[in-house]
Design a protein around this ligand. Structure first.
Ligand code: 5GP
Length: 177
């Protein structure tokens, strides 16, 4: 048991650093295979995905590009749901192999609202890599091509994910008690 406190909530360790990094390596190995001879563009969604995107990208042996974009704000322990706009997407996606990199897919609403904007640019292919998926919480079904861990519908922090701004620096992932 490793209990930590972030703001007013207690969290227990759920995924160790070693477990996360091992799984990220496995995902990268599959992506390396799937994209051999291609040059995919990874679009990582800030803020939460910065650690996952970094560790995943370091494990790639194929030619690949990476950009970070910002979508919606997320406050407290419930998804705000409203994707306002995307900031920082300067690349032309026409004819590109695109992989979206997300920290966590919860209801699916964020990506459900955002994907049409990407599809509109006519990429050659469009796939999703998510470190965490709360499949029980799905309200907007999505095909997630690369999933790190399917997790229960409980709030988590760490490894880039925050609770009201804190907890992103934790190397492990913690689940609310
Ligand atoms: P969705 O639109 O799929 O419901 O939610 C996606 C976004 O909600 C994620 O990118 C993340 O910002 C936030 N989110 C959902 N569940 C959690 C969670 O358990 N912990 C944290 N820190 N953020 C979450």
């Amino acid at each position: 048991m490793a209990i930590i406190k972030v703001h007013d909530k207690s969290f227990d360790i759920y995924l160790s650093e070693e477990t996360i990094l091992q799984r990220v390596k496995e995902l990268a190995a599959v992506i390396n295979k799937d994209y051999t001879g291609k040059r995919p563009l990874f679009i990582a969604i800030l803020n939460g995905s910065f650690m996952f995107a970094t560790d995943l990208f370091k494990q790639l042996t194929i030619e690949a590009e990476l950009c970070f974009i910002k979508l919606a704000s997320y406050k407290g322990m419930k998804s705000s749901g409203n994707v306002v706009t995307s900031i920082g997407l300067e690349d032309d996606l026409f004819g590109r192999d695109v992989i979206i990199v997300e920290d966590i897919v919860d209801t699916g609403k964020t990506l459900h609202n955002f994907l049409p904007k990407l599809v509109h640019q006519q990429p050659k292919s469009l796939k999703i890599a998510a470190l965490l998926h709360k499949s029980e919480a799905t309200e907007y079904p999505l095909e997630i091509n690369y999933i790190g861990f399917d997790i229960p519908n409980k709030f988590v922090v760490g490894y880039g994910l925050d609770y009201d701004g804190l907890g992103r620096n934790l190397k492990e992932i913690y689940q609310v008690i």
